[in-house]
Ligand binder design. Structure first.
Ligand code: GRF
Length: 201
C-alpha cells in the first residue's frame, strides 16, 4: 500500500512508520511526506529516509480553498492508497477527504478532549486514564470513525510534556500496528470493507 504522510512538527510518528516500512513484510510504503510549513524535523526525517517531500503553506495562497486544492493535488501526484495525518495541524476540506481515505492520530481517547490540546485538557480535567486514538478523518474536529485506541495512565506527577511524551510512545506503536494491518487486510469504513493497495503496489 502507498501511504502519503502529512506532518507539521517533529515527525516522531512519521519516523515510526518509516522504520516499520523498511521491513518488506509490513506491506506499506511511505511514498511521500507533505507539510504545511518548511524547515521542520518531520521533513528532515523524510529526506534522511530518501522519501520525497512537498510543502503547501497556507500563506502562499490567496484562499484556504486554493491551499487545500493545491495540497490535494500534490498528494494525488503520489497516488496514495491512504493518507496519514500524523501531527498535521491543519484541517482539510470535504473535497480532500473525498479524494483520499485519511487517518489522523490524536493524543487523547476520542471523543474526549478533541482539538489542539488533548494532553493538557485531560490533565486539567483530572482523568486517571487518557491515551491516543487513530480515526478516519471526517468533517469535524477529531470526530471521525474510530479505528484504534490505546490507553495511557496519568501519573500523579505528570505535567503536560511528560504526559504527552508517554502518550506518544503508545501512539506510535498503535499507529504502526494499525496502519500495517490496514495495508495487509484493508479497513472497514461505515460498515464497508475497503481493501487498499496491497504489498504489490
Ligand atoms: C502527536 O501526539 C499527534 O497526535 C499530535 O501531535 C503529536 C505529533 O508528534 N497531534 P510528532 O510530530 O509525530 O512527533
Amino acid at each position: 500500500a502507498r501511504i502519503v504522510v502529512l506532518v507539521s512538527g517533529s515527525g516522531t510518528n512519521l519516523q515510526a512508520l518509516l522504520d516499520a516500512c523498511a521491513e518488506p513484510s509490513y506491506g506499506a510504503r511511505v511514498v511521500a511526506v507533505g507539510a504545511d510549513r518548511d524547515g521542520i524535523e518531520g521533513l528532515a526525517r523524510a529526506d534522511r529516509a530518501g522519501v520525497p517531500t512537498f510543502v503547501s503553506q497556507l500563506s502562499d495562497y490567496t484562499s484556504r480553498e486554493h491551499w487545500d486544492r493545491a495540497l490535494a493535488d500534490k498528494v494525488a501526484a503520489f497516488e496514495p492508497d491512504l493518507v496519514v495525518s500524523a501531527g498535521f495541524m491543519k484541517l482539510v476540506s470535504a473535497d480532500f477527504l473525498e479524494r483520499f481515505l485519511t487517518l489522523n492520530t490524536h493524543p487523547a481517547l476520542c471523543p474526549a478532549f478533541p482539538g489542539m490540546h488533548g494532553p493538557r485538557d485531560a490533565l486539567e480535567h483530572g482523568v486517571k486514564v487518557t491515551g491516543a486514538t487513530l480515526f478516519v478523518v471526517d468533517a469535524g474536529v477529531d470526530t471521525g470513525p474510530i479505528v484504534a485506541q490505546v490507553p495511557v495512565e496519568v501519573a500523579e506527577d505528570d505535567d503536560v510534556a511528560s504526559l504527552h511524551e508517554r502518550i506518544k510512545v503508545a501512539e506510535r506503536a498503535m499507529l504502526v500496528d494499525t496502519v500495517g494491518r490496514i495495508a495487509r487486510e484493508g479497513i472497514s469504513v461505515e460498515g464497508r470493507r475497503v481493501r487498499i493497495g496491497g504489498p504489490d503496489r
